[in-house]
Design a protein around this ligand. Sequence first.
Ligand SMILES: Nc1ncnc2c1ncn2[C@@H]1O[C@H](COP(=O)(O)OP(=O)(O)OP(=O)(O)O)[C@@H](O)[C@H]1O
Ligand SMILES: [Mg+2]
Length: 376
Amino acid sequence: MNPTAPSSNSPAAPDDTPAASAAAADELAASGAPAPSDASAGDSTADTAQGQLPLDRSWWQNVTGRSEAGRPGAAMPQTEATRVLPAAPAAMAATAATVADRPFAPVDPRAPQPRPAGGLAMLEAREVSAWFGDHKVLDRVSLTMEAGKVTALIGPSGCGKSTFLRILNRMHELVPSASLAGEVLIDGDDIYGDHKKLTDARRSIGMVFQKPNPFPAMSIYDNAVAGLKLTGTHVSRDEKDDIVERCLTRAGLWKEVKDRLRQPGGGLSGGQQQRLCIARSLAVQPRILLMDEPCSALDPTSTRVIEETMSELQKEVTIVIVTHNMQQAQRVSQQCAFFLASQSTPGAIVEHGDTDAMFNDPQDVRTRDYVNGVFG
Ligand SMILES: Nc1ncnc2c1ncn2[C@@H]1O[C@H](COP(=O)(O)OP(=O)(O)OP(=O)(O)O)[C@@H](O)[C@H]1O
Ligand SMILES: [Mg+2]
C-alpha cells in the first residue's frame, strides 16, 4: 500500500485527531463532498467545492497510458490531491458549537423523494484495466450495473474489487502510482470523458466505505449535510432541516438521533456512524451508490438495518456493493459478479449474472467452489 495514497479503508475515527479528521475528509471527498475547512460545514474553497481542479494532461497521459486526444481527463497530481483533503479539527469543533439549536419544521419523511436529475442510472464498465506502478491488478473488466438494481461484487481478498469500485468513483487516479485503461459510463456518458470534472462523477456517484468515518467533532446534523455545497444549490435553513430528516430517515437513523442532532457524530455507535455516512452520501442525491463492505464492521442488527435501507434505496439509486458475506450478497443483490486473481494473473470477472443463478446454478466451477466456501 502506498503510504501517501488516499485510502478508502482509513481507520475508524473515534476521536478528533488530525488522522481521524483526515480519514473523514478522505471519505467525504470521495463521496462527493468538499472537506470542511472553516467553521461553516461544507464551505470549503470554491475550487474544491465546485471541482475546478487543475488539469494536468501530461500527468494523466503518464498514469493512464491513454492518448491525450482520446482522454484529456481531469487528473490531479498528488500535491493537488492532498490539497483537496485537509481537514481542520478545531474548525470542525467550532462548527458543531455554532449550529443554532432550534426545533424542526414538521416534514413527512415518507413523502416522495424528489428524483435526482436524470432518474435511475445504468453504470457500465468497459474493458477496465488497472495498475499500481507496474503491477497490473485488473484486466479488462467489463460489467453492466443495471439501473435500479443492486449489483454485488464478490471474490477473494486482493482480487481487485475495491480497486474496481474506486475506478467507478474516480478515486483510483488519486493514487500517485496508479494508472488505468478502459471506460466507465453513466447512461452512456463516460465519466472520464473530455471536459469531465472529477466532481461531476462524485456528484453522481456516492461512496460508502468499509469503516464509517463521520467527522467526529461535527454534529450529526452537520455531518448529514456536509456535502450539500457540492451540488451548488443554496438551500434555506428549513430546506436543510428537511434534507437532514429525509436523509437520516432513508438511512434508517432518524428515530435514533432525532433528539440529539446537535451532538457530535463521533458519539454514535459504529452501526449508527455507518448509517450517518450513508445519509451524508444521500444528501447530494447521487444516482449511483457504491458500498465497499459497508457492514463488515457491524453487528447483525445494524447490518439488517443497512440491508433494509439498501432495499428501499434501490428504488431511487443504483447500488453496487462489495461484500465477503455470501448470504448478504444473496439477500441484497439482484446481479452479481465474481472476481478472481492469482499471483500471476490480475483480477478479472470469472462470471456475472443474476444473483440467483450465480449461487444456484453457476456456470464456472470456480464460481461454484467460491460461493460454496471451498476457497476464499
Ligand atoms: N494503493 C495501492 N498501491 C499498490 N497496490 C495496491 C494498492 N491498493 C491495492 N493494491 C493492490 O491491488 C490489488 C487489489 O487490491 P484491492 O484492494 O482492490 O482488492 P480487494 O479485492 O478489494 O481485496 P479485499 O477483499 O481484501 O478488500 C492487491 O494486490 C493489492 O495489494
Ligand atoms: Mg477491498
